[in-house]
Design a protein around this ligand. Structure first.
Ligand SMILES: [Zn+2]
Length: 274
């Protein structure tokens, strides 16, 4: 586990966080949006760039989904006994990561009814482990399986995987089952995409953390909220393409900033002394 990054809470920044907490408390329907940056403090490096998983271990094929459709049995054999360096590194990194203060803050905001739902681009399961329930995992969850026909998700222990008879089939509809993680070339599952569009259409506030939200479909969500007169609060260590558009941008590590945001929200709600 990485130690939390240094964080200099100046009075100016704290006043901005307090302002963000006010926006959050005034909102009727706030939606969270998170990406890889939020899980860096849990020891999951970004995929690309310096120290990135793909940079060090090579990238998964860009037509991963098409390969699966062509040869599901072959791709399942690779899944059961991974040999590619990137697949082994990904499995080990995700398998040992634990939620950090940022994940816990999102779960607590939901518990306090300050967050209606949480859209994440992460597949690492850490929001779920931290206690978020209204969770929309647009790129799937590496710990689950999904039927390609009826889109039902399964815990792997509930699906009989016979190495002699691959791929496994859905007990509900007989469709082919694959990992829930959305691969390169694979469309976002229609059910989760519809739920995202529904909650974003109702949102008058969006709390974005650890993502520059430049990739479809996530890129459209904050823009949609802004276009309808809502506010967007960004939490990011580095300025992003969203920074000039956001109503408020809080620079710094997600864990510490979100913890402080939670503190101010609670203070506004009168639960603790400010
Ligand atoms: Zn099915």
């Amino acid at each position: 586990m990485n130690s939390p990054p240094e964080f200099n809470l100046t009075p100016e920044l704290d006043a901005e966080i307090r302002r963000a907490a006010e926006l959050l408390c005034e909102a009727r329907h706030c939606v969270g949006l998170t990406g890889a940056g939020l899980s860096v403090e849990s020891g999951i490096p970004p995929f690309r760039g310096k120290g990135g998983l793909w940079t060090k271990h090579g990238e998964p094929p860009l037509d991963g989904y098409q390969r699966f459709l062509r040869d599901p049995a072959g791709e399942w054999r690779k899944r059961l006994a991974p040999t590619e360096s990137w697949a082994i590194a990904l499995h080990e990194t995700l398998g040992s990561a634990k939620p950090n203060a940022g994940h816990r803050a999102f779960a607590e905001l939901e518990r306090r009814s300050l967050l209606a739902s949480l859209i994440t681009q992460n597949v690492d399961d850490l929001h779920g482990q931290a206690g978020s329930h209204q969770l929309l995992e647009i790129h799937g969850n590496f710990r689950r399986l999904r039927c390609l026909e009826c889109v039902t998700r399964f815990d792997p222990k509930d699906i009989a995987v016979d190495p002699e008879n691959l791929p496994p089939h859905c007990p509900e509809c007989g469709g082919v089952v694959k990992g829930d993680t959305v691969q390169f070339g694979e469309p976002i599952p229609r059910d989760v995409l519809e739920c995202c569009q529904e909650t974003v259409a109702r949102a008058d506030c969006m709390l974005v953390a650890g993502t520059s939200a430049t990739v479809f479909p996530a890129a459209e969500f904050p823009i949609d909220v802004l276009r309808r007169g809502g506010c967007v609060i960004e939490v990011n260590p580095e300025p992003s393409e969203l920074t000039p558009l956001a109503t408020l941008s809080l620079p710094g590590p997600g864990g510490a900033l979100l913890e402080r945001l939670l503190h101010h929200s609670a203070a506004i709600a009168g639960e603790v002394a400010s």
